[in-house]
Ligand binder design. Structure first.
Ligand code: F3S
Length: 63
């Protein structure tokens, strides 16, 4: 499973707090997901981050 963050991210940082192995804050203040497949051990945390994003900016799959 891959994840990406779209342009609607408001930079709240919640995803990084929930799943720092996959999401981090970029120089533009918006979150970015790691490239490539999310490691098995991080899948549930990544899904939790997606579900918890207040603006629904996190998606599964390819951008
Ligand atoms: Fe942005 Fe949502 Fe994360 S607003 S910083 S993608 S929790």
């Amino acid at each position: 499973m891959k994840y990406y963050v779209d342009d609607t991210c408001i930079g709240c940082g919640a995803c990084e707090g929930v799943c720092p192995a996959v999401f981090s804050m970029g120089d533009d203040g918006k979150a970015v997901a790691i490239e490539g497949e999310v490691p098995e051990a991080e899948l549930s945390a990544a899904e939790e981050a997606m579900d918890g994003c207040p603006v629904g900016a996190i998606h599964q799959g390819e951008e």
